[in-house]
Design a protein around this ligand. Structure first.
Ligand SMILES: NC(=O)c1ccc[n+]([C@@H]2O[C@H](COP(=O)([O-])OP(=O)(O)OC[C@H]3O[C@@H](n4cnc5c(N)ncnc54)[C@H](O)[C@@H]3O)[C@@H](O)[C@H]2O)c1
Length: 345
């Protein structure tokens, strides 16, 4: 197993990558363990779970809400879980986000670890300690930043992932490459066949590269006061598209990255050929939306984005493949770009 550490002022977390998630048994305390999962993951992998009480939520974003967390907390209490308890979340980004949040607030904080089962959570969501739930339609409005003790990313578990979920995760992997790893971008460009065939060695390498990059960013800026903002590349427009069109996170972020690349090119930060390379890779994996939302809808949605401070946004741009930069840009400037982009389409 590849081993990567996240060291922050308050915690240490280890991320293990490789096709052997049964190793989780060696990382758990002897007593007080409960498992949190969703019904899909339970159905496929439940028989191989460590021996412990299992609480399962309905799959999908709709489970990321306070009422679900409250219900789970009551179950912990009924099962006699005290401050020495341990939550093992086995699932994708939704289960890890709920599990990490529950562990950080139940009895003011108990231990937790993750087995990360979707590509999106392996390359992004389960690394970095951000957790939380949605508030109405506003994403991730309630949560904390707290590192799990360990995360296991077993790429062999990705063989059972539905195609659209796999592609959605691939989008966040491409994001990592654009903002921080030129070599990774080239590998993805040249390995379409192996990636889509979910070759285990290829996936192990890709997940390792992505986790390596994210853990370096998080170790430097756990609370997102600076560098960590680059991880939001594609997310300003992406969140608006996700909310409006109700499509999967990764697909919405892909269209957000297309727009961010166009914006970067318009500002003279990247050449037209680099912009084309970014758009081509997204198109090759069929990640881009064909319809663009109206200027009025975009305005409404961006104004409600939680990353907005005052009338401007920390907008993430690229200065070339493998390099990101964050600029505080007024909402009107962002919308002006979007209007020009729409008129060209
Ligand atoms: N905390 C963070 O830093 C962070 C970063 C990015 C995204 N996120 C969050 O992650 C969530 C999206 O994560 P996701 O895409 O993993 O969603 P998800 O957890 O809903 O998983 C997607 C689907 O795949 C299924 N699934 C998961 N693993 C499987 C497997 N091995 N085999 C078969 N089916 C499997 C799930 O049951 C679900 O239906 C969003 O809520 C997003 O906000 C969090």
């Amino acid at each position: 197993m590849e081993k990567i550490f996240i060291n922050t002022p308050n915690s240490k977390s280890e991320i293990l990558i490789g096709p052997q998630w049964s190793l989780v048994n060696e990382l758990l305390p002897e007593t007080g363990v409960v498992i949190l999962t969703d019904d899909n993951v339970l159905g496929i992998y439940g028989k191989q779970f460590p021996v412990a009480p299992v609480f399962s939520v309905a799959p999908g974003e709709n489970s990321k809400k306070m009422s679900v967390v409250e219900g789970l907390a009551l179950k912990l209490l009924e099962n006699g879980i005290d401050r020495s308890g341990f939550i093992l979340a086995i699932g994708g980004g939704v289960v890890c986000d709920i599990g990490g949040f529950l562990a950080s607030v139940y009895m003011r904080g108990i231990r937790c670890g993750f087995v990360s089962t979707s590509l999106l959570s392996q390359v992004d969501a389960s690394t970095g300690g951000k957790n939380g739930v949605n508030l109405g339609s506003a994403k991730n409005m309630i949560g904390t930043i707290r590192q799990p003790e360990f995360v296991i990313c077993d790429p062999s578990m990705l063989s059972t992932l539905p195609d659209d979920e796999f592609l959605s995760g691939l989008s966040e992997l491409i994001k990592t490459a654009i903002i921080g790893d030129k070599d990774l971008f080239e590998i993805i460009e040249n390995s379409r066949k192996e990636i889509l065939a979910r070759d285990i060695d290829m996936l192990t390498m890709l997940v390792t590269q992505a986790v390596n990059f994210k853990s370096r960013v998080v170790s430097e800026d756990e609370n997102e006061t600076g560098l960590r903002r680059i991880l939001n590349f594609g997310h300003t427009f992406g969140h608006a598209i996700e909310l409006h069109r109700g499509i999967k996170h990764g697909f919405a972020v892909a269209s957000g990255m297309e727009l961010a690349a166009e914006f970067s090119n318009e500002m003279g930060l990247i050449s037209s050929s680099e912009k084309e390379r970014i758009i081509s890779i997204l198109r090759d994996f069929k990640l881009l939306e064909k319809q663009y939302i109206t200027e009025a809808d975009m305005e409404h949605l961006i104004v409600h984005d939680k990353k907005k401070s005052g009338s401007s946004i920390h907008f993430v741009l690229t200065e070339g493949i493998g390099k990101a930069t964050v600029k505080k840009i007024s909402v009107s400037e962002i919308l002006g770009f979007y209007n020009r982009f729409r008129q060209k389409k």
